[in-house]
Design a protein around this ligand. Structure first.
Ligand code: SDX
Length: 376
């Protein structure tokens, strides 16, 4: 029996043709294209096409792919009623996990998992999920539901449904860039969860539900909410250093820093830092960016030597706040994007499947006699 590798750290459990990550150099490519180039020049829809088809689309293909997604913005009949029967105090990530699972009940053939059926079901969830999040947020705030507008891109339409007005091009572009940056990232915990579930030849909805459950965790997708809570707790830029050093002293983890794979600057954080700075200045949130920048300086001095740098969540928090997202919508936004990557991995797993079934090293006793309950 080989030794236990806790957290499967460093274990190669699958092949993928989507994300390439060099953790030492801080490199991330989607199908060979640097993440920075995609964030600056692509769109989320084009990026999902790239991930699923391993190439950039021709113009006609992209138009058709966007039209297909937009045709799935509206929820299936009955889902809105189900959504507005939920407690308004429900956490959006719990809502999303529950409602993505419920989508399977509206699919006449929920268990079909040939590659084309998996693609269709993934498109359903990709199109419906932003509507679920926006509808639930409007409902819990006591505001009228804003139905999707198929003339808009996913980023524009999400902000439109959330706020009841068309977003500015700057806000829509910023959100689109965030969706691109969060779309895929190798065999992260939630992606692995999706691959583990689909490897039993279960269904796409079950695999995506499992992934959403994993992403909610504060060590994973939930970190962006943790970063914002931290920024709100630090009263001034000047107080940042003491706040961070006190927590490091207690061996607390600073949210938005560190990574299982990156021992260099997370390349996604590079672009997000630029975006956060511009949006913070444009929206009167300069102090928020200054606090983040100060925290980064303090962490750089204290722990960069241990390979601990900002990760994708650190500056996405400020970016989401400046876009006007409520704090508990940060991780759902991460999920909306990562549905693209999760679906790509589900399709990869189905195309060359092997049931995941690792071993556990038994450390309990042997040869124990059964004692009837009356004699214990
Ligand atoms: C995401 O896997 C992915 O690809 C994930 C992701 C994706 O796109 O899917 O990139 C998205 O999940 C980003 C990570 C978001 N999480 C956080 O920001 C939470 C804070 N980060 C940490 O919990 C931690 O860095 C992890 C969980 C991300 C990685 O942890 P590891 O690899 O298990 O590292 P570790 O906990 O063993 O820490 C190694 C050392 C320890 O110090 P020593 O005991 O060796 O002295 O580094 C320290 C840790 O205390 N450390 C930190 C730290 N992260 C690690 N110290 C302070 N603050 C931190 N954030």
């Amino acid at each position: 029996m080989p030794p236990v590798t806790k957290g499967l750290e460093g274990i190669v459990a699958a092949e993928t043709a989507m994300s390439f990550i060099d953790g030492e150099k801080g490199v991330l490519e989607y199908v060979g294209i640097e993440i920075d180039a995609l964030a600056r020049h692509s769109t989320f829809e084009e990026t999902v096409f790239l991930l699923w088809n391993r190439r950039l689309p021709l113009k006609a293909e992209l138009d058709s792919f966007c039209a297909d997604i937009r045709s799935r913005y509206e929820l299936p009949p009955g889902m809105e009623q189900r959504l507005t029967a939920l407690p308004k105090a429900a956490e959006p990530m719990h809502m999303l996990r529950t409602m993505v699972s419920a989508l399977s009940l509206h699919d006449p053939r929920p268990n079909d998992n040939d590659v084309e059926s998996a693609r269709q079901k993934s498109l359903n969830v990709l199109g419906h999920a932003p509507t679920l999040v926006a509808y639930f947020d409007r409902y819990r705030r006591g505001l009228p539901i804003v139905h999707p507008d198929k003339s808009m891109s996913m980023a524009e339409n999400f902000l439109y449904m959330l706020n009841g007005e068309r977003p500015t091009p700057t806000m829509a572009r910023a959100l689109d860039a965030c969706l691109i940056l969060h779309a895929d990232h190798g065999l992260n915990n939630s992606t692995f969860a999706a691959r583990v579930v689909i490897s039993t030849l279960s269904d796409v909805y079950s695999a995506l539900t499992a992934a959403i459950g994993s992403l909610r965790g504060p060590l994973h997708g939930g970190a962006n909410e943790g970063v914002m809570k931290m920024l709100n707790e630090i009263p001034t830029v000047e107080a940042a250093e003491r706040y961070v050093l006190e927590r490091l002293e207690k061996k607390d983890k600073i949210m938005g820093f560190g990574h299982r794979v990156y021992k260099a600057y997370d390349p996604r954080a590079t672009y997000l830092k630029t975006l956060a700075k511009k949006l913070a200045e444009d929206t009167g949130n300069a102090a928020l960016y200054e606090k983040s920048s100060r925290i980064e300086q303090v962490m750089g001095k204290a722990v960069a030597a241990k390979g601990i740098y900002p990760n994708v969540d650190f500056y996405s928090a400020t970016t989401y706040h400046c876009i006007g997202l409520r704090l508990d919508l940060f991780t759902p936004l991460f999920a909306l994007s990562r549905i693209g990557g999760w679906a790509g991995h589900i399709i990869e797993q189905l195309a060359d499947n092997r049931l995941y079934r690792p071993e556990a090293s038994y450390v309990g006793p042997h040869g124990v006699r059964y004692v009837p309950v009356g004699e214990r």
